[in-house]
Design a protein around this ligand. Structure first.
Ligand SMILES: Cc1cc2nc3c(=O)[nH]c(=O)nc-3n(C[C@H](O)[C@H](O)[C@H](O)COP(=O)(O)OP(=O)(O)OC[C@H]3O[C@@H](n4cnc5c(N)ncnc54)[C@H](O)[C@@H]3O)c2cc1C
Length: 381
């Protein structure tokens, strides 16, 4: 992918921010487990959030490829913080297309400026892969909807300012049909939330969101009733390609640090990089990450051209986190006993990218999507 001058300039801004503001405290942030809102607002003021959204809401109106360039550059400094631009682009696009003007005009500019975080709530305790099989219910009551149920495994659960919640409005057990999306401000009475003790990505506060007789006006419905899946979930092909690029950014950071180490560290009287047993696995890692990066940008370019990209998005979504995990693992090993210490960032990157082997859909589900694209749904299952 050859970048335009505008893309290079935004990449440089994001890379400088990643180098100077994100990377130095990547590990400290995990220790404190706090999502620093000042840092998010700073990204907003630099124009790094929602760049693909229209200028009328504070975006730059640029393409999906540019959004991917920024996500990768930020992930090089802090994988977890790079979830913010992905989140704003995904949720912002949904609200721009399907929310009522009063919701859209109030919330999207705040998301783009880094002053509001919106969580997307699909998964429920009884399962995430079969996402249409949800139980959380919304029923109409006069001029309101009333929602009851639990969403779980939600990124930003206990620290979001608002929630995009998928709920069943149609008959029970009707699968994806009869699911409707709602926008719910976090201060609405009846909402409570918890935070899990996760393997990685401490600052994203993954947890459960409980809705207990949560009452919202009709204008908080996003899209048409019963169309939550067909209208709103189209955005996932987009976020999957962005997630793959986040993974490339994190893996590239470990690779760059490891090449430098292989040049300096000596064993048997020479730099360890002299041993092909050291340099070839790193060369393989560069090849894997380079290929996934290019397929991710191709996926985004298809989106920009208005072409179907479901299979490509699923391919990079399963390969990206897995390859990043394997490559970072190899980097950790190349550092020998130093790699095993929490002083170095590889172990944290390893744990952080692993979460997205599950989040946003597992490898099994991605392969199912690819098979469905090739065989058709009836033949693929
Ligand atoms: C870090 C992280 C962040 C997340 N953020 C969010 C969020 O913001 N919002 C949200 O709604 N959810 C979020 N999730 C939840 C995530 O989307 C689900 O965990 C995921 O979709 C899988 O659902 P499950 O965990 O219930 O697994 P299950 O659906 O119970 O599946 C269990 C296992 O069976 C496999 N499996 C199931 N069905 C099939 C099949 N047909 N073919 C092959 N394999 C299959 C799965 O691959 C998996 O390995 C997040 C999860 C993580 C880890």
């Amino acid at each position: 992918m050859v970048l335009t001058d505008e893309q290079k300039s935004l990449q440089e801004t994001a890379s400088r921010f990643a180098r100077e503001r994100l990377a130095p405290d990547y590990q400290k942030r995990e220790k404190h487990g706090i999502l620093e809102r000042d840092l998010i607002a700073e990204m907003g003021s630099l124009g790094l959030l929602g760049v693909d959204l229209p200028e009328s809401v504070g975006g730059l109106g640029v393409d999906s490829v540019t959004t991917g360039v920024i996500a990768e550059a930020l992930a090089y400094g802090d994988f977890n913080i790079s979830q913010l631009p992905v989140n704003v682009s995904l949720n912002g696009a949904i609200l721009m297309r399907h929310a009522q003007p009063e919701i859209r005009d109030h919330w999207v500019p705040r998301m783009v400026s880094g002053n509001a975080v919106v969580a997307i709530c699909l998964t429920e305790p009884r399962g995430g892969s079969d996402a249409g099989n949800m139980q959380l219910r919304a029923r109409k009551h006069g001029s309101d909807y009333i929602l009851n149920g639990e969403k779980t495994s939600i990124t930003f659960a206990d620290r979001a300012d608002a929630y995009l919640v998928f709920a069943r409005t149609g008959v029970p057990d009707a699968g994806a049909k009869g699911v409707t999306a709602f926008f719910i401000p976090g201060k609405t009475p009846g909402i409570s939330r918890t935070c899990f003790n996760d393997v990685g990505s401490a600052i994203i506060g993954r947890g459960s969101v409980f809705l207990d007789d949560v009452r919202i006006p009709l204008n908080h419905r996003v899209g048409d009733e019963g169309k939550g899946f067909s209208q709103v979930m189209q955005g996932f092909d987009y976020s999957r390609a962005l997630i793959a690029l986040q993974c490339c950014g994190a893996a590239q950071a470990s690779l760059d640090e490891t090449w430098a180490y292989a040049r300096d560290r000596e064993a048997f009287g020479r730099p360890i990089g002299n041993f092909q047993g050291v340099s070839f696995p790193l060369a393989e890692g560069e090849s894997q990450i380079g290929s996934i990066r290019q397929l991710s940008f191709h996926t985004l370019a298809l989106r920009d051209a208005g072409q179907k990209h479901t299979a490509e998005a699923a391919m990079v979504k399963w390969m990206g986190p897995k390859a990043a995990f394997d490559v970072i693992h190899q980097c950790l090993l190349t550092f020998g006993h130093y790699g095993w210490s929490k002083d170095l960032p590889h172990q944290q990157r390893l744990r952080d990218v692993m979460g997205l082997e599950i989040g946003d859909g597992t490898a099994g589900i991605m392969k199912l999507l690819i098979a469905r694209e090739r065989l058709g749904r009836a033949a693929a299952g």
